[in-house]
Design a protein around this ligand. Structure first.
Ligand code: TMP
Ligand code: ASP
Length: 238
């Protein structure tokens, strides 16, 4: 299928979205731009767009086969992919296997504590409010999602965790935590959307504990590009 790139519909912090000739399909174009802390920290991570695009597609096509529906239609080139048009459920869905980041900060615990079972939490996607933590009841009260949708989203999120944890373990990587976003198709079907990449996950080397994700940018740890390239090498073999 040839997807004609038409007008730009949206530009986010890490991606642009373009219309196509099919109203149900859009093209996402991954940028090398990186932001953190609500966009207050800005930078460029050379090669990030291409790596995130290809890594996300690689993982989503495997998830699709494992029974998690996704927005993926077809990779078009290094940094562009045709995806199903969705309306994004305005919740960031965060799954954690170990303490880190905002969890450690909020509860005053060190990073790296292994949980007996994974946790799930939601943030309300709203830049003006700085994506506040929100519980299921509040999400339903605000009509961000229905109880059925929340149930579906949680089930998919844990399925994604099981798959990712296993896949990464084979590459010598610990999956600490990650953020997912889900979308709704025109008929209401919930599908996994956005991306799965070092921008949206915490990856630690299983042997050394070295961080191989966007925390290197957020925390000024250096060798940011190297971490993305290393994850690309381990997961995509390039
Ligand atoms: P947190 O510990 O800062 O809440 O982050 C949890 C996970 O979510 C981590 O893997 C990074 C990811 N994340 C995003 O993808 N986007 C965001 O805006 C934030 C704050 C975190
Ligand atoms: N992408 C988010 C922002 O700019 C934050 C993050 O990933 O840390 O603000």
């Amino acid at each position: 299928m040839i997807w004609n790139k038409q007008e730009q519909l949206y530009e986010g912090k890490a991606k642009k979205v373009f219309a196509t000739q099919d109203p149900q399909v859009v093209i996402v174009s991954y940028k090398d731009d990186a932001t953190a802390f609500d966009g207050t920290k800005k930078g460029t991570i050379q090669g990030k767009g291409a790596i995130n695009n290809q890594m996300s597609n690689h993982l989503m096509s495997q998830l699709e086969q494992a029974g998690v529906p996704t927005h993926l239609v077809e990779e078009l080139n290094e940094r562009e992919t045709a995806v199903k048009r969705v309306s994004i459920v305005p919740l960031e869905v965060i799954v954690r296997n170990r303490s880190a980041g905002s969890f450690s900060k909020r509860y005053g615990v060190e990073e790296g504590i292994v949980f007996d079972a994974p946790t799930v939490e939601f943030s309300y996607k709203n830049d003006d409010l700085h994506d506040p933590l929100i519980n299921d009841y509040h999400a339903v009260a605000l009509k961000l999602a229905t109880w059925d949708e929340i149930d579906t989203i949680k089930n998919y999120a844990f399925q994604v965790n099981d798959f990712l944890k296993h896949t990464l373990a084979q590459c010598g990587v610990i999956l600490v935590d990650f953020k997912l976003e889900f979308g709704k198709l025109a008929d209401g079907t919930i599908v996994l959307a956005d991306e799965i990449s070092p921008d949206t996950c915490r990856f630690w080397d299983s042997e050394t504990g070295e961080k191989l994700d966007k925390d290197r940018f957020r925390r000024d740890l250096g060798n940011v590009e190297g971490a993305y390239q290393e994850m690309s090498r381990r997961l995509l073999g390039k």
